[in-house]
Write a protein that binds this ligand. Structure first.
Ligand SMILES: [Zn+2]
Length: 120
């Protein structure tokens, strides 16, 4: 059944949102979907920003400064795919709780939003 796995991967690559990094010196006013903005200088970003993946369009801004609390770590993989660590949990608004791993969104079970099926 290898062909089935390959087919699933083919579809997954095309239809699942993949978050890719974009290095910027200043955060733009309008953020694009499926993009993680890394603000600062390449290799020395101090802030990450993205639109909430639940669709509520909230701007999420994360500190990448180690001494800040909370702070996150951003890793950029081949192809610009991004991993953010730890998970992101909005305590306001939609209360989305999710992981960004290699450009993919993984929803936490305790996420406060109504999730589309198949996104656990
Ligand atoms: Zn949201």
């Amino acid at each position: 059944m290898k062909w089935l796995a390959n087919l699933a991967r083919w579809f997954g690559d095309r239809f699942l949102p993949r978050y890719r990094a974009q290095f910027v010196e200043d955060l733009p006013d309008h953020l694009r979907k499926r993009r993680v903005y890394l603000v600062g200088e390449e290799g020395a970003a101090w802030q990450a920003a993205l639109l909430c993946p639940c669709g509520c369009e909230a701007h999420i801004q994360l500190s990448l400064v180690e001494k800040d609390d909370p702070s996150w770590r951003a890793t950029v993989h081949q192809g610009g795919l991004v991993t953010l660590h730890p998970s992101i949990w909005r305590i306001k608004g939609c209360r989305a709780h999710f992981f960004v791993r290699r450009g993919r969104i993984a929803w936490a079970r305790d996420s406060g939003i109504a999730l589309p099926t198949g996104h656990h």
